[in-house]
Design a binder for this molecule. Structure first.
Ligand code: TYD
Length: 147
């Protein structure tokens, strides 16, 4: 079992696709271990996108990511990091196949619905960055619902 960190970006939140996107993760069998709505500070974005800080489009990313609250998700499952990235599709929504989250809902490379951790190592760092210990839950999937 692995847990991955997902951020549903402002296009997803303001485009009213939060439910649709979470539904994809649930239908793929992931367990939601953490879920919250919050605003991203400049400090946390500088840390999170440090690898892009020197790029000319960096200020645009920061403005976009702060344009509305985001939804943070911690989802668990076998091989969660890679499987979540596969469900999302490539960074550039225009290159993403239909049937992937970015292919179905994304606009371009920046307006691309969601962030997801890209390695097990980064997932651990990013989960700590966005969730306190007490905001991540371990529990049994005891009940099922009507189909
Ligand atoms: P990156 O970490 O390369 O991709 P991913 O989110 O798929 O892990 O880039 C982080 C975000 O930066 C990306 O989701 C959108 C934005 N971005 C741009 O706006 N333009 C670009 O050319 C790139 C590479 C990223």
């Amino acid at each position: 079992m692995q847990t991955s960190l997902i951020l549903l970006k402002p296009d997803c939140v303001t485009g009213r696709k939060v439910g649709e996107v979470i539904k994809r993760f649930e239908e793929a069998g992931f367990q939601i271990r953490g879920c919250k709505l919050f605003r991203l500070s400049s400090e946390i974005l500088n840390e999170h996108y440090a690898h892009l800080a020197s790029k000319p489009f960096f200020p645009e990313i920061v403005a976009f990511m702060q344009s509305s609250p985001v939804v943070g998700l911690a989802v668990a499952g076998d091989n969660a990091v890679d499987r979540v990235r596969t469900l999302l599709g490539p960074t550039d929504s225009k290159k993403a196949d239909k049937g992937t989250i970015r292919g179905d809902f994304g606009v371009d490379v920046m307006v691309n619905v969601a962030h997801a951790s890209d390695s097990a190592e980064n997932a651990e760092i990013e989960l700590k960055r966005f969730f306190k210990d007490e905001e991540l839950f371990d529990y049994a999937m005891s009940y099922t619902t009507k189909p």
